[in-house]
Design a protein around this ligand. Sequence first.
Ligand SMILES: CC(C)(COP(=O)(O)OP(=O)(O)OC[C@H]1O[C@@H](n2cnc3c(N)ncnc32)[C@H](O)[C@@H]1OP(=O)(O)O)[C@@H](O)C(=O)NCCC(=O)NCCS
Length: 267
Amino acid sequence: MIEAMQELTSRLWFPGARWHIGDLAWGLRQHTGREHEWPTKVWRSGGEVVAWGWAELPGHLNLQAVDEQWAGEVLDWFASVTEPEGVVVSSAEPHLIRAVEARGFVQEDGPFFLHLVRDLEALPDPETPCHPVTDVAGRVRAHREAFYPSRVTEESYRGVQGTWPYRRELDVVAEKDGETAAYCLAWLDEARKAALIEPVGTVPDHRGRGLARDVCLAALHTARDLGAEIATVSPRGDDAWPIPARLYRSLGFTQVARTVHYRVGRG
Ligand SMILES: CC(C)(COP(=O)(O)OP(=O)(O)OC[C@H]1O[C@@H](n2cnc3c(N)ncnc32)[C@H](O)[C@@H]1OP(=O)(O)O)[C@@H](O)C(=O)NCCC(=O)NCCS
């Protein structure tokens, strides 16, 4: 299922797209045992994938579709598997916005994500030595500390590592006192020459020392060596969680779009 979803996601990717193939790999594999909460479906036409829907129960929908009509199919399926509550799309995907609004969803304020991009031509060098992950347990521990509380486990992380297009050389860490202090996982869509950063973390004791900046730069250098021409990242854009966006803007990322959040219209 994930491969079919990624096929469409790669075909439709552009700067500002809501989904990159790495988002699907990370999003669907970072936790184990949640399949029953995540009904998914893929639609095909003429031998090609034309839409996918990924419901996060109880009532949230992720979707991608080639046009408004197929997006409508996904929304109808969503309403058949659960009581719809909310849908998120990118501001740069007007066909999805039209489909969602035609089904009576209304925009809501609140937390949202930015779609930031950076071309990879002129990249500063990291100052801290960084290297691909070797200590999986330490890497998972660092993630759990950075994103406390987190449901990522060594088992789920091994699942991430086994999911296309994971590459260990793009899973970069910096160590302090022999322990993983910061990490950046990048994902490369070779067909689009586009890298995604997802996720980045620094353990609380080592924050504010440039480590996140350096692991990101190291991962971006490797992505460029592997053929990437552009990188994308989607941090929170609202004032409740502002630091990651500051990090990426300080690395030269600029905004091309943002997420738009819809709730089911009442009455
Ligand atoms: C976001 C996070 C990775 C930053 O890690 P860090 O190692 O402290 O960041 P750095 O020291 O490399 O900072 C790089 C830049 O980010 C910005 N920044 C980082 N921490 C900041 C803070 N507390 N206040 C304001 N800006 C900050 C600054 O622009 C900084 O550059 P500068 O020091 O030249 O001003 C870390 O806070 C973290 O792990 N947070 C929880 C997980 C998370 O939200 N990850 C990102 C989403 S994928």
